[in-house]
Design a protein around this ligand. Structure first.
Ligand code: RB5
Length: 146
C-alpha cells in the first residue's frame, strides 16, 4: 500500500522507526519529513500527509506528534480527510471499521513504539465495515459542504 507519513520533532524518532517498519513490510512509503528532530510546527507536516491522501498520491496517512492530537486536528481540516488519534490497536481497528479513517495520528511521547507499530499495522490491514457505517460517514462528508 502507498503510505504517506510525517511527524513533528516530538514524533520524529518513532516516525523514523515506523518508516523502516512499513518499508520492511513491503509498503511504498512517502516520507514527508522532517529529516531531523529540530523543532517544527505539526500543522505544516499534517497538511503534507493530508494532501497526499486527499489528492490520491497515497492511500493512507500516518502522523506522529507528541500526543497525536494536534496532527489529527490539523489533518481533519483538509477536505476528504478522516484522521483518527489512536492510542490502542482496538481503536485502530474501530477507526477503520466504523469511521473509514484514512489517516492515523499516533503519540510519540505517551505510547511506546511496539504499540504504535501494532496500531499502524492494524489500521492498514482493517477494512471499512460499510452498511450502517457508510451512511454515517456520508453524513460526515456532508458537513464539509457547510
Ligand atoms: C509539541 O510540543 C506538541 O505540542 C506536539 O507534538 C503535539 O503533541 C501537539 O498536539
Amino acid at each position: 500500500m502507498r503510505i504517506s507519513i510525517a511527524s513533528d520533532h516530538a514524533g520524529y524518532e518513532q516516525k523514523q522507526a515506523l518508516v523502516d517498519h512499513l518499508t520492511e513490510q513491503g509498503h511504498d512509503v512517502i516520507d514527508r519529513g522532517p529529516d531531523t528532530d529540530a523543532r517544527v510546527d505539526y500543522p505544516d507536516y499534517a497538511a503534507l500527509v493530508a494532501r497526499d491522501v486527499a489528492g490520491g498520491a497515497a492511500e493512507r496517512g500516518v502522523l506522529v506528534c507528541g500526543t497525536g492530537i494536534g496532527m489529527a486536528v490539523a489533518a481533519n481540516k483538509v477536505r476528504g480527510i478522516r484522521a483518527a488519534n489512536v492510542t490502542s490497536p482496538v481503536f485502530a481497528a474501530l477507526a477503520r471499521e466504523h469511521n473509514d479513517a484514512n489517516v492515523v495520528a499516533v503519540s510519540g511521547r505517551f505510547v511506546d513504539l511496539s504499540t504504535n507499530r501494532e496500531i499502524v499495522d492494524t489500521f492498514l490491514s482493517t477494512d471499512f465495515g460499510g452498511g450502517r457505517h457508510a451512511d454515517r460517514v456520508c453524513k460526515i462528508s456532508a458537513l464539509e459542504s457547510e
